[in-house]
Each structure stands twice: as C-alpha cells, then as structure tokens.
Write a protein that binds this ligand. Structure first.
Ligand SMILES: [Zn+2]
Length: 290
C-alpha cells in the first residue's frame, strides 16, 4: 500500500510469547479517510467505528448497529426472506452469484435486519440496513422486510426506528425494486395515521430511492456526522449541471433535523422517544380532568 511507508523497516509484532515471531500485521491498520492518518483498527472498533483522532464515522454493520442501540435480549425477526432473482439478471456476473457471495460474506439473507427490543426504557421496532450487502441496495426483500416492521410498529404501537445505509434501489431487480418505494411509503402513511412515531437515522451513505422513499419521511430525520445523503450523488449532479458543487454539499450537516455523533446516538433517541410517545401511551382519549 502506497499510503503507508514504514519509517524504520520494523514490523510491529505481538509480544514474543513462545519463540514464534513474524506475527501478521496486515489488515490491522486502516487509513482514515477523514484525517488521512493510519489508525489501528482495534482503536476505532472499540470506539464504535469512529476515528479517535478526527471523529470520522466509519460504516457500521447491521448487527453491530442493533447491538449498539438495543438492550441485550432483543429479538431478530422476519429472517429467512431471500431474493428470487425475478428478472434472472446478469451483468458482468449473474445476480444469483452476487447474492450468494453477499450472503456468505455477511451471514445475512439480504441488506437488512429487523429487530424488536428495548431502546433504554422504550420498547421499539428497529430495522438496520447493511451496506456490505450489495451496497445496502433495496430490492424486494429489503422492501418487504421494512414494510413488515412498519406494520408491526403500527399494530403493536411501538415506535419505529430505521437506520438507513444504502446506495438506493437494487438495479438487478429493476422495476420490482422501484415498487418497494411505494410499498414502504404507503405503510408509513398508515403508521402516521395511527400516530405511532417514526425516527429515521441516516448513515453514510443514504442515497437514491431510499432517500426518495422512507429515509426522509421520519417524524424526526437525524444523521451521523459527514454522512452522504441525497438522491443522485454529487458526481452525477456535477456532470448534469456541469458545475462544481460547494464543499460539504449533500453532507448530513446540510439537510437534517439534527446531526448526532454516534456515541450520543442512543441517548438522543431515548430522549426523543420520551417526547414522542405513541398517542395511546399518553392520553389520546382522556377527558380534561378539572
Ligand atoms: Zn481520522
């Protein structure tokens, strides 16, 4: 790797315990895209995948996200849905092969996990997207899984939280993937009618059809610092309007109700939910008491 030059030729090794040296250090360091410093992977992993030097927020997988937000004892639900490859799609390789590879690498069925559990003192319904699964793209399985959680939130009257991380619609499912936008938007409209709160947390990146459907429809839309958010990416817009965009255009700080550091996210959500109790829990039908 050209970005990291070893000054003295020494390779860091673990303490010499049993006479064996040459411990592999490859992959233990990453270059932070924020401050361009090499950082020790363990250091940012124990810091919720945030660079300890410049606070750059690295991507976080769906499982880690659920573990970070919900109390132990949460339940994963709606598992086992898998894409049927409705178009029998091939680009440079068959979509079926891409799916299988993504499933093996992430251990997930698709780019989403649904969970039910407690966020601090609040029972919630949570969907977390997985960017490592074909760029977090939304096909039929992601759409159906999210729609099921929206319905669950409405029926059980528990606030809904969606953590978005997505490049947009899944092109390999064509129009089927675009239909998911309408399906989720319709379910969210019912949730809104039922006066159950919905908070969307936009993480890096949240773009394309996901931004256009559910990611901007929250009663509260919050984002992590520096997250790329938009419908088309900045490069596409620059090519279209043939102008350079200003620094920071489409970053979360431009667009959202609030931008919240990852270490503060859980507390922020707990406090937000205190203000947004479902109507039933407060006093929707109560009579003025005096
Ligand atoms: Zn950094």
């Amino acid at each position: 790797m050209t970005w990291f030059k070893r000054e003295n030729g020494d390779v860091a090794t673990a303490p010499d315990t049993d006479g064996e040296r040459n411990v592999r250090t490859e992959g233990l360091w990453v270059k932070c895209p924020g401050c361009r410093q090499p950082i020790y992977k363990a250091h940012y992993e124990e810091n919720l995948n945030v660079c300890p030097k410049c606070q750059h927020h690295f991507k976080m997988g769906a499982r880690d996200r659920i573990g970070m937000l919900l109390e132990p004892g949460y339940e994963l639900v709606d598992r086992g849905l898998r894409s049927t490859d409705p178009l029998n799609f091939h680009d440079v390789k068959p979509y079926k092969i891409r799916l299988r590879k993504a499933q093996e690498e992430t251990g997930l069925d698709d780019a989403i996990l649904n969970a039910v559990g407690m966020l601090g003192p609040h029972p919630v319904v949570l969907s977390a997207m997985e960017y490592a699964f074909i760029g977090g793209s939304m096909g039929a399985v992601v759409g159906e899984t999210i729609a099921r959680n929206v319905d669950r939130a409405r029926i059980q009257r528990k606030p809904l939280i969606i953590v978005a991380a997505s490049g947009g619609a899944r092109m390999m499912e064509g129009v089927v993937s675009l239909m998911q936008m309408a399906k989720i938007s319709a379910a969210l409209a019912q949730l809104d009618d039922a006066r159950v709160p919905y908070i969307c947390v936009l993480t890096d990146p949240t773009t394309g059809g996901v931004t256009a459907s559910f990611a901007m429809l929250g009663d509260l839309n919050i984002a992590e610092p520096g997250a790329l958010i938009g419908f088309a990416g900045p490069r596409v817009i620059e090519q279209t309007i043939r102008q350079k965009l200003p620094e920071g255009f489409q970053r979360s700080e431009f667009l959202l109700d609030a931008v919240v550091h990852r270490r503060d996210l859980k507390n922020y959500l707990v406090r937000a939910l205190e203000f947004m109790q479902p109507a039933e829990a407060s006093s929707q039908f109560s009579v003025h008491s005096s």
